[in-house]
Design a protein around this ligand. Structure first.
Ligand code: SAM
Length: 192
């Protein structure tokens, strides 16, 4: 069975929320901003989809070590990820369950959480529920990185999402627009 983001968008529009995967340029930018590959860290990815960020994290961590866990809610995408990345520590889980999962795996806290989740289509309770889980999962000083599409930033849902980040994190920075992504996007880097 084919596992493109587009086909999964047709099957599960309210979970996938995008018609194509992030570009390699966005994937390099987000892993660069997170400092992945510079020192051994515990990294978590929420919503890896077809594995664009996953590939980059695995490649960078190979050189310097560290632990990497990925949580994907969609069963078909999980099977696909397991085939592509047999070495990946992958869980078919809702991102909401991140703190409990870390506890079960005897991991104190994560250093970095990356998310490619479709925030703009999530109801507000799910947005805030996942952000609260991320905050509980991170070390003080830990980093949360995610991205948003440029066209959504002035819409009420986009403004509300930024406010939820600012309410929870000590520092919220944004990257320049990454035009080589469909649609163009920018990255949020939030420090707890
Ligand atoms: C737009 S796709 C992004 C895929 C990839 N990160 C990228 O940037 O190309 C969103 C992904 O988040 C997953 N997802 C949605 N809600 C989730 C949740 N509550 N917990 C974990 N994964 C979720 C979807 O199944 C999908 O794979």
């Amino acid at each position: 069975m084919k596992h493109s983001i587009f086909l999964n968008f047709l099957r599960h529009p309210t979970q996938v929320g995008a018609i194509c995967a992030s570009s390699r340029v966005l994937s390099c930018a987000i892993t660069d901003m997170a400092g992945i590959g510079s020192v051994p860290q515990t990294v978590v990815e929420l919503g890896p989809g077809t594995g664009v960020f996953t590939r980059e994290v695995l490649r960078r961590q190979k050189a310097c070590g560290g632990r990497f866990l990925a949580l994907e809610i969609n069963e078909g995408l999980c099977c696909n990820l397991k085939n592509i990345f047999p070495e990946l520590e992958l869980y078919q889980e809702n991102a909401l369950r991140l703190p409990e999962l870390l506890q079960e795996k005897k991991i104190d806290h994560a250093d970095v959480v990356l998310a490619g989740l479709p925030w703009a289509i999530f109801p507000e309770e799910l947005q805030t529920g996942i952000l609260d889980s991320v905050c509980r999962a991170l070390h003080p000083g830990g980093q949360f990185l995610t991205f948003a599409y440029v066209q959504g930033v002035w819409l009420p849902a986009g403004r509300r999402f930024r406010k939820h980040l600012q309410d929870r994190f000590r520092n919220v920075e944004t990257s320049p627009v990454i035009w080589r992504n469909l649609p163009p996007a920018f990255i949020y880097r939030c420090t707890l």
